[in-house]
Design a binder for this molecule. Structure first.
Ligand code: GLA
Length: 395
């Protein structure tokens, strides 16, 4: 999502009763139910998903919530608690890629994708509330899509499995919204679990939940939202994806997942310099995900700092998707006590994560705020996250 002003950055989330009351006031009557889906932080494994590789994200305790009531006709009325668009009306039969604007692209994209699958989507009134910051690299758009698809899966009785919902939301993003993204974000949002990271093999959607809790290790996971807004429908994400596809083609493999660290010397001889660096990022990042999973099972979270740092360096230097604000957030948190830090998400803005000893949390916060002020950057929003439950019905 791309927005200059982010009203969600610090807002509290409406409770289910408040949301139902607001729904009744705006649309009349009670909603049929309320569904919620979380944003995500990616612990490690960036730009590996569309290369059929490995990722290790976790769902966070910030969510999008939708109150939905089925209508007897084919029209859709949408309202959010944060936007200034007022009630937006659409007709199911006239949904086309490019036909929606602002946050309504996400729910309407899901309705469109389900209809494309032959699911009989009913007209509905829908009220959205969210406290996942927009454009911060925490998958605010997927949180909305996953809340909506969970609601529609229940309300239509379609009985889609999580894997199918993942593909339908990907279709909504790729073809309706126009962002050529992979399957990581919606997998974390739909399949996340409290106290766990989601180890996902993006080739076959196999998931293993990996215990990941920072508190018992006297650590906190800080998110530093740089307030540099980004959109994956802009060109940078697509051009990285194209480089990866070129790299795989020249290397003669189905996807970069099939290239190992030991193949990189050969790759250097076959690829142009830029494509080689893009490939090296993906290949080494896949390896770092596997190492992280192993370390978490053995030594625990305190051991993964160097892998987070190496991941950031690879994105900054080889994949070139960082920005000065993200680099400053990472460097400053490391210098003031974090044991590992990296940008998280698609890049070109958004957020960094910093794995920080409990006693140093305030020092890291203060140092980052000061460094941003000294550099003339926007005031960053800094908060802690922990692995939370995935999408579900809450009322
Ligand atoms: C965005 C996309 C994901 C993934 C990440 C980069 O979040 O939505 O599919 O590609 O970027 O790891």
């Amino acid at each position: 999502m791309n927005t200059a002003h982010d009203p969600l950055a610090t807002r509290a989330q409406a409770g289910t009763e408040d949301l139902a009351a607001r729904f009744a006031k705006e649309f009349g009557g009670n909603p049929d139910g309320i569904w919620q889906a979380p944003g995500r932080v990616n612990l490690i494994g960036e730009h590996t998903d569309y290369n059929e590789g490995f990722v290790l994200p976790f769902a966070i305790d910030r969510t999008a919530r939708v109150a939905v009531k089925v209508r007897p006709d084919a029209s859709v009325r949408l309202l959010s608690t944060f936007g200034d668009q007022g009630v937006v009306t659409a007709t199911l039969g006239s949904l086309r890629p490019g036909s929606a604007k602002g946050w309504t692209k996400y729910p309407l994209g899901v309705m469109w994708a389900l209809r494309e699958r032959g699911i009989d989507v009913p007209g509905m009134d829908l009220l959205l509330d969210s406290n996942v910051p927009l454009g911060a690299g925490l998958s605010s758009s997927h949180a909305i899509e996953c809340a909506v698809i969970s609601a529609l899966n229940d309300l239509t009785g379609a009985g889609l499995e999580a894997e199918e919902m993942v593909l339908a939301t990907q279709r909504a993003e790729n073809d309706f919204v126009g962002a050529p993204t992979g399957i990581m974000d919606q997998s974390a949002s739909l399949r996340g679990s409290e106290g766990h990271a989601v180890f996902l093999d993006c080739r076959d959607q196999n998931v293993r939940l990996v215990p990941f809790e920072t508190r018992p290790a006297d650590l906190v996971m800080l998110v530093i939202d740089t307030k540099v807004s980004h959109s994956h429908a802009d060109g940078g994400y697509a051009s990285r994806r194209a480089s990866c596809e070129l790299g795989a083609e020249v290397m003669g493999v189905k996807a970069l997942r099939d290239v190992q660290v030991g193949d990189l010397a050969e790759a250097a001889g076959l690829l142009d310099e830029v494509t080689f660096r893009r490939v090296r990022h993906v290949v080494t990042e896949n390896d770092r995900v596997l190492q992280t999973v192993e370390l978490l099972a053995g030594e625990g979270p305190a051991a993964i700092g160097p892998l987070l740092d190496a991941s950031h360096a690879s994105m900054r230097d080889d994949f070139e998707i960082s920005c000065p604000e993200l680099d400053l957030a990472v460097e400053t948190s490391r210098a003031s006590g974090a044991i590992g830090a990296r940008m998280t998400g698609g890049g070109f803005g958004g957020a960094a994560i910093a794995l920080t000893p409990v006693g140093l949390e305030q020092a890291v916060r203060d140092a980052v705020v000061k460094a941003f002020a000294d550099a003339g950057y926007k005031v960053p929003d800094i908060f802690t996250v922990s692995p939370a439950a995935g999408a579900r019905r809450i009322a």
